[in-house]
Design a protein around this ligand. Sequence first.
Ligand SMILES: Cc1cc2nc3c(=O)[nH]c(=O)nc-3n(C[C@H](O)[C@H](O)[C@H](O)COP(=O)(O)OP(=O)(O)OC[C@H]3O[C@@H](n4cnc5c(N)ncnc54)[C@H](O)[C@@H]3O)c2cc1C
Length: 408
Amino acid sequence: MPAEPAFVIVGASLAGAKAAETLREHGFEGAVVLIGAEDQYPYERPPLSKGYLLGKDGRDSIFPLADGWYAEHDVDLRLGQTVTSIDRAGHRVTLADGQAVPYDRLLITTGASPRRLNIPGGELDGVRYLRTVGDSEQLAGTLRGGGQVVIAGGGWIGLETAAAAREYGCEVTVVEPESGVLQRALGPELGEVFADLHRSHGVTFRFGEGLSEVTGSGGAVTGAITSSGEELPADTVIIAVGVLPNVGLAADAGLEVDNGIVVDEALRTSDPDIFAAGDVANALNTLVGRRIRVEHWGNALAGGPLAARSMLGQDVTYDWVPYFFSDQYDLGMETAGLPDPGSYDEVVYRGDKDSLEFISFWLADRVVVAGMNVNVWDVNEGIQALIRSGEPVDPDRLADPDVPLTDL
Ligand SMILES: Cc1cc2nc3c(=O)[nH]c(=O)nc-3n(C[C@H](O)[C@H](O)[C@H](O)COP(=O)(O)OP(=O)(O)OC[C@H]3O[C@@H](n4cnc5c(N)ncnc54)[C@H](O)[C@@H]3O)c2cc1C
């Protein structure tokens, strides 16, 4: 590399911004170019389905770095610019306006986009997706007016928007093809806790059904037809059926892509000068022992900086404990580990599940593989330490709130 190398980051959101910050924090003096398709300073998305959507938190709450930070740290932030191709041999990327930007090392943090539901009526006014700050503002405007809301998808975004819609006074029905909510994220035992929470706030569920059509009149939504053929009245239909990683650039450039951009434990792609992090990366996690693609805030927060250090030639390893949080109504929770079905054979509770103040642990052969603290705070690090240890624990002691997590 030249004495003053240029590092280019494609995708100016959380992972990209935190990578740029880390490069400067670690004394990198070469050029840092951060290119983002959105016409916004890099921002965090979790508030978009929570406090920001509800109008409780202002715009200032969504930015991980102050607007002035980029110029102060000589980061060439190019907003509203889409990278259209990567020329690996020539070591440069091309923007939509034809400009070429040379790089010595490149980081791809292009994130993910909502999976579209291509059903009749899917383009009607009143059908909403939620990914950007503009989407959140538009949705808030809609929900503020009340009315009937049908949500396709009982995952995190579906449930958080259901909670927000109820707080706005809307009537809410969630249509979910699986037999419960959050089945793939938490499994059936804890999924039911969240379904009950929403039922207690007046949300109706239609399990085992998908959305097959949106009906309308004069271009506006009037209803949603489920796979059972029934039409539910609706003013707003929120489509929350997951996201797809934005891999087009990487795939076109011939990088290895398989459910995301494939990277090793140092977040390096099949090209040694190109790295990937955040939602778009399918990364080898040495703690979990396999490649994982994580669509969570904590992964972008940890992965962007890790990739930056890897670009600097530091010896880094992606051994992060998967972490996720959610807020719905008065429930706040954090989850560590991956409690997906098939990964555990027992669930142990510490505290009262019905009072919604508890910790749940998912165990495989008595080893804690994941844990979730619900309305219990300052314990997630302890849960992460248990997961990291990989040692079997006594389930009775695990369930006993008088036994500190550090003594198990
Ligand atoms: C509404 C909402 C609520 C969420 N709530 C939570 C939560 O409670 N807890 C949690 O853990 N996680 C949550 N998440 C997930 C979390 O926000 C994501 O994991 C995180 O945003 C991923 O960051 P990222 O930087 O990898 O990608 P993204 O945030 O997806 O950003 C990628 C950026 O790259 C840009 N880009 C893409 N292609 C190009 C290109 N060719 N050229 C230039 N720029 C490009 C995109 O426009 C985008 O700005 C939520 C997500 C959403 C949408």
